[in-house]
Design a protein around this ligand. Structure first.
Ligand code: SF4
Length: 679
């Protein structure tokens, strides 16, 4: 195996903190993922559907790319195609330069890591600032991400404190909340002053030309809303045929990723700022990157393009959980990295990653799009082996193995003998702690299991006997059990209560009141808050008008917000003024009961920034606009809403991050409090 890789692996195994971090967070995510999938009830069915959707896209890639491009153009988004990394970087630099950009803010994107965009921007004299908290930390340290979802998973709070004190001048503290708030202030200033915002794309919807972005911190919304120009960079495999397909993926992605039902923010971007919109960028560009994807789509490895980059396979992989992401020395780590890296960047340089696998199949089991990763790991191994391994040795080993296993008696004798011989080795709780080479490569990092003293057939016979016994006992108890099962279960579908429960679960606050007293209620709530300044939703709506009047009568300062059309200096000044507001008040267009989500669309008088910049967001939600699920909303008004607004945001609770030592912190970029008043 590659010597550098082995060195990195040894370093990772010797790093006690890394070992602890890798066993904590992924474990929690894995458990949450299992729980969330069970909740779905149709979990497996949904995964199969997701796989079919992805298969359809990859098999008909050119057709969907054509449809997507044509719809993007109709929506007024500038489209650029890039055949490789150099091309993608050059296009980004050209667009940024044409707007005189000196500073660009970026949200997390694995593709921009893949094409090394930051290096290209810096070389061109443009300063790229990563705004995802984890990415920001590792950018300050000049490191690569250690996980698809949690880039700074390998760092302790002390490491982050030291980095912030050295690079940002922050007084040294290991309080995670203080560090997060400090980063919020530093990055807020960057958002407000950057000329271009760059984001990745989680999904592109071919039938509508919609760009979907999924984040928890709110930085994705910031970079796609505040700067006057937005550039989205997307791998061409990230397409979905329809909005219904997007509904399927949005159920699976966050569950697989971090065990959430939905992320705090889902942005559905349709167009640049339209006439009358209160905010949003004047220009949106989409760079569609190939960089080897078309070749993979036409090969026997095409299934690996189904990947939606959720990171679930990393969390369950026994190898990743020992060595972490940086040992892979590729933007893509874990099982998916071990197949994607050699396919994109070359078998010679990255083929060895596929050898670092136990082929246990856990990655396949958790993959939300059902990719048979072990099969592709074997394919990469085969190609890599053909290029590198000494065939004479392999032939001899296989011959001995063949001689052993072809006669069952001989095999079982060898097994018993092996088990006896191994007994001389040192052991701990039955596991071998040391073994001679080549087994020492294993025992250096973990203990070796004892060889079975019974043959598999014998174990199977015992198991069958035990099963028969259990079945007999359960038959005896059947009367009791079936009576329990037949008992009818009544389900009361209380949407408001479901909404409230789910909103509270994601850290939001819920208040229910009559329409007549809503103004009073809002005034009451605001009176208890420490600040008086207000930033409100300037909707031309009688209900909102009454509310505004009432607030003014009660002495609240109202900021009437609308960014002037055109990219003149007033734009930045207006946004900076709004950024001083303490509370944003909005009226939600709809709510989703099963996730506690509120939905806001940009439009005339409706600013997206009201629900994003102030530290507290108060949203008024009419109870009759609550839908049971995203699917139901899409079927009813959802698709129309997406098509008719330049940007639509699904908000589920406060802005959050667990990027420092996996500790949940609220209010990273967006509001730390979200209060929904249900009318
Ligand atoms: S291969 Fe599957 S589990 Fe792994 S990141 Fe991709 S979608 Fe997630």
């Amino acid at each position: 195996m590659n010597a550098n890789f082995q060195r990195r692996v040894r370093d990772a195994i010797d790093n006690a903190f890394l070992q602890e971090a890798l066993s904590n967070s992924p474990d929690r995510w894995r458990q949450e993922w299992g729980k969330r999938l069970d909740e779905l009830a149709v979990g497996d069915e949904l995964r199969e559907r997701a796989q079919e959707i992805r298969r359809d896209v990859i098999e008909n890639l050119n057709m969907y790319v054509g449809q997507f491009i044509s719809n993007l153009q109709k929506n007024g988004i500038h489209i650029h195609r890039a055949s490789d990394a150099a091309n993608a970087c050059a296009t980004t630099v050209r667009i940024a330069r044409s707007h005189g950009a000196k500073l660009v803010t970026k949200s997390k994107s694995m593709l921009t890591e893949e094409i090394e965009l930051n290096r290209a921007l810096s070389k061109a004299g443009i300063w790229p600032v990563e705004t995802d908290l984890g990415e920001f930390i590792i950018q300050l340290r000049g490191e690569a991400p250690a996980h698809i979802v949690a880039p700074a998973i390998h760092l302790r709070r002390e490491d982050v404190a030291e980095t912030f004190s050295q690079k940002l001048g922050m007084t040294y503290t290991t309080e995670i909340e203080d560090m997060t708030l400090y980063a919020r202030a530093v990055l807020r200033e960057k958002f407000l002053n950057s000329e271009v915002g760059i984001s990745g794309v989680n999904f592109g919807v071919a039938e509508t030309g919609t760009i979907c972005l999924v984040t928890n911190e709110g930085n994705g919304r910031m970079v796609t809303t505040i700067p006057p120009v937005h550039i989205a960079i997307m791998g061409l495999e990230r397409l979905l045929p329809t909005l219904d397909d997007l509904g399927v993926m949005l159920q699976l992605l966050p569950r697989a990723c971090t065990g959430q039902k939905i992320t705090a923010y889902v942005s559905l971007i349709q167009a640049p700022r339209r006439e009358g919109d209160s905010d949003g960028p004047q220009e949106r560009h989409l760079i569609l990157v190939d960089n080897g994807r078309q070749d993979i789509a036409g090969s026997s490895m095409s299934e690996i393009l189904y990947c939606i980059r959720c990171g679930a396979c990393l969390n369950v992989c026994p190898v990743y959980r020992q060595i972490g992401g940086q040992a892979y020395a590729s933007p893509y780590s874990g099982p998916i990295g071990a197949v994607v890296s050699p396919s994109l960047f070359g078998i010679k340089q990255y083929g060895h990653l596929a050898m670092a696998s136990t082929l246990c199949g856990a990655c396949h089991e958790v993959c939300p799009v059902n990719i048979d990763l072990p099969r592709y790991l074997l394919r990469i191994r085969e190609k890599y082996t053909q290029e590198r391994i000494n065939r004479r040795w392999v032939k001899w080993i296989l011959k001995i193995y063949e001689w052993l296993i072809l006669i069952p008696k001989r095999y079982s004798m060898a097994q018993r003998l092996g088990a006896r011989l191994l007994r001389v080795l040192p052991r701990k709780e039955g596991w071998y702690t040391w073994a001679p080479p080549p087994l020492s490569a294993w025992t250096r990092a973990r203990h070796f299991p004892p060889l079975a003293t019974q043959s598999f057939r014998q174990q199977l016979r015992d198991l069958v006997q035990e099963r028969n016994f259990t079945a007999a006992v359960s038959e005896q108890n059947q009367g009791v059990v079936s009576a329990e099962r037949e008992r009818p279960q009544e389900l009361e579908h209380d949407l408001v209560r479901d909404f409230s429960d789910n909103l509270t679960e994601v850290g939001g606050e819920f208040i229910e009141c009559n329409r007549e007293i809503v103004a009073e209620k809002v005034v009451d709530i605001l009176d208890q808050l420490p600040h008086r300044a207000l930033f409100t939703w300037g909707e031309n709506d009688a209900f909102m008008f009454d509310l505004l009047q009432r607030l003014k009568e009660n002495g609240f300062e109202i900021i009437d917000f609308h960014i002037p059309e055109g990219m003149d200096k007033h734009r930045q000044a207006s946004i900076s003024e709004v950024a001083t507001a303490d509370i944003g008040i909005t009226v939600a267009l709809a709510g989703l009961a099963d996730t506690g989500t509120i939905i806001h669309a940009s439009g005339r008088g409706r600013s997206q920034l009201a629900s994003l910049l102030p530290p507290i967001h108060v949203a008024v939600l009419p109870a009759n606009k609550i839908y049971p699920t995203m699917e139901a909303w899409l079927q009813d008004h959802g698709k129309g809403m997406i098509n008719s607004s330049s940007c639509l945001s699904l908000i589920s609770g406060p802005s959050k991050s667990a990027d420092i030592e996996s500790t949940l912190t609220l209010g990273v970029h967006g509001p730390a409090r979200v209060i929904v008043i249900c009318v």
